[in-house]
Design a binder for this molecule. Structure first.
Ligand code: UD1
Length: 368
């Protein structure tokens, strides 16, 4: 049994990781600033048996106190909105990068054996694409002028059409948003620290995480929560681009298990892993599946044909490495988990801030 400090432990993923760790005999201390955008000013739900230390990840004194007696750290505390990161640049860089730096310095006084950091698929930028002859293209970028003209799909440099392909950890990072930049810096800082101080560091590049407990009223939390809050308010989901962009949706309980495996598996030390479901869904498919599960098939998605700055077109995971080294096997498919998700949504007070998010982005010409 070990005692693990989970930063961001009251967040959507943090709570599930805490439950998973407790269920497997670890002691758990949560560290969380309980910011209003995520928690809505309400009381946090803390799993039975976990301790809570309230504090900001940029507060060295609170962190040092929180680290006392801990053998390991799972670092989840972060600001998570791609769109918002494009104008609240200092806040994102402060929480994600300076926050990680302050945590690592605090760990100098309280060394731990293992540290697992939540990185993100956003570090890849576009995922892999295959050319017509089957060869893979590693770095694909959409030109803003092309995208604004509605040519959504990236092309090969010679103009050939490309097919999206599962992305593995060998793909070179290509950072397309401030959020991605901060996540990459976080990941690298932890790995560099791990090597220098013999802390067993592990980074998990999370794909699009969904499940009960997502901050529904936070418009920057992820597309499924955005759609759920639109539908729950009787509004049609709004879709950027043409809705054919593809993502990999992974259930939060699968993600929580991945964190435990990363924390416990000796062979994971020094490694980074994709954590996804291995399945790709278009955004339109997700909107339709959810509207059906909510019994609102008439609320068909509104395809805006607009582009959100920083968005990539396609990225979904090759999870072979996590399968092999961690024994990670996703157990919950999106289409089979939506009933549970909808039951949870129905019990929530939902404030749809989708229109507000679009206005904030449009005012700054980040949606056009
Ligand atoms: C991003 C990050 C990911 C992060 C996640 C949650 C990238 C590549 N990935 O994922 O690491 O964990 O945010 O912060 O940066 N969409 C709509 N309508 C909406 C909302 C979104 O059509 O109301 C579209 C977006 O334009 C995008 C897709 O849905 O094409 C997914 O968006 P989102 O859930 O915000 O996450 P990602 O950008 O994939």
């Amino acid at each position: 049994m070990t005692k693990v400090l989970i930063t961001g432990g009251c967040g959507f993923i943090g709570r599930h990781v805490a439950e998973e760790m407790l269920a497997h005999g670890h002691q758990v201390r949560l560290y969380d600033a309980l910011i209003d955008q995520v928690h809505g000013g309400g009381q946090p739900q803390i799993p039975d048996g976990a301790e809570l230390v309230r504090g900001d990840v940029q507060d060295p004194d609170r962190l040092r106190r929180a680290l006392e007696g801990c053998d390991g750290v799972i670092h989840l505390a972060a600001e998570v909105g791609v769109g918002q990161s494009m104008y609240e640049i200092a806040r994102y860089t402060g929480a994600n990068d300076l926050g990680t730096a302050v945590l690592l310095e605090a760990m100098l006084a309280h060394p731990v054996k293992r540290m697992v950091v939540a990185s993100s698929m956003s570090v890849y930028g576009e995922g892999y694409y295959a050319r017509p002859d089957g060869s893979l293209l590693e770095t694909v970028r959409r030109k803003p002028s092309e995208v604004r003209a509605g040519n959504w799909d990236p092309l090969a440099p010679d103009g050939a059409a490309l097919t999206p392909h599962p992305t593995n950890e060998h793909k070179r990072p290509d950072l397309a948003s401030i959020y991605a930049l901060t996540k990459y810096a976080q990941e690298r800082a932890v790995m560099i620290f791990g090597e220098a101080y013999e802390v067993e560091a592990v980074a998990l590049r999370l794909f699009n995480v969904f499940g009960a407990g997502q901050a529904l009223s936070n418009p920057y939390t992820g597309v499924l929560a955005n759609f759920a809050s639109r539908l729950a308010s009787g509004e049609r989901p709004t879709i950027f681009e043409d809705g054919q962009q593809r993502r990999d949706f992974v259930h939060v309980r699968d993600v929580a298990r991945a964190f435990r495996l990363a924390y416990e598996t000796p062979a994971a030390a020094g490694e980074l892993f994709n954590i996804g479901s291995g399945n790709a869904y278009t955004v339109t498919q997700v909107a339709t599946l959810l509207a059906d599960a909510m019994g609102l098939p008439d609320l068909t998605p509104e395809i805006t044909g607009k582009y959100r700055a920083g968005d990539i077109r396609n990225c979904f995971a090759d999870i072979s490495k996590a399968r092999e080294l961690l024994g990670f096997e996703p157990q919950e498919k999106l289409e089979d988990s939506l009933d549970e998700f909808v039951t949870w949504v129905r019990g929530e007070v939902v404030v749809d801030r989708g229109a507000e998010m679009r206005r904030q982005l449009e005012e700054r010409r980040l949606v056009s």
